[in-house]
Every structure is written in structure tokens, then in C-alpha cells.
Design a protein around this ligand. Structure first.
Ligand SMILES: [Zn+2]
Length: 107
């Protein structure tokens, strides 16, 4: 039984990335869609991003998604995520300078 392979990742790095994704999409939806609660589209994107993180083949060893050679996102979600990052990137730099710096070095 190779049950272990199917365990979703939930180590500290993955959890941290989920927090960041959650904040980015929340910020994006507030700014772009003027919602306090995630709209359906953004909720869908968040669920998808969380799932991809949980199933990331690199687990705790993962680098920045933007830097990853494995394009695990479907093209439509990838486009949406890019838009989110473009829009919220400068804000995230203000809120999470350490995280951003870490990702810059990963590039
Ligand atoms: Zn939205």
C-alpha cells in the first residue's frame, strides 16, 4: 500500500503559502470586485490554489510557484493567479517584506 504518497502536504511552509494566497486573493477581490467576502470566482480560485499547494509534488521543499518548472496550474487558473499577483504584489511587499525578499532570492 502506497498510502503515504496521497497524503496532502500540510507542513509549515505549505501552511504559510496558503495564508499568503488567502490574503492575496482576499485583497484582490476587495480591490477589484469590491467585495468584503470572496466572490464566487475568487473563492473558486482560492480553493484551486489551496488544492494545488496541498498536492504540490515538492511539498515542504517547494520554491516560489512563479519560479517552478512544473506548471501544475491549468491555464485558465494560471491566468487568474497571474492577475492576482500583478495586482497585489506591491501590497504584499508592504505587508510581507520578508516573504517577498525570500521570493526575490528564489528567482
Ligand atoms: Zn472576487
Amino acid at each position: 500500500m502506497s498510502k503515504q504518497r496521497k497524503q496532502p502536504n500540510n507542513g509549515p511552509n505549505i501552511q504559510k503559502e496558503k495564508e499568503i494566497v488567502n490574503e492575496m486573493i482576499g485583497l484582490y477581490c476587495r480591490k477589484k470586485h469590491h467585495r468584503d467576502v470572496l466572490c464566487k470566482e475568487c473563492q473558486d480560485l482560492k480553493d484551486y490554489a489551496f488544492l494545488r499547494l496541498s498536492l504540490c509534488r515538492f511539498g515542504e521543499e517547494k520554491s516560489a510557484c512563479s519560479n517552478c518548472k512544473v506548471h501544475c496550474y491549468k491555464p485558465t487558473y494560471r491566468q487568474k493567479m497571474k492577475a492576482v499577483m500583478r495586482r497585489t504584489g506591491p501590497w504584499m511587499l508592504l505587508y510581507h517584506p520578508i516573504y517577498s525578499v525570500k521570493h526575490m532570492f528564489n528567482k
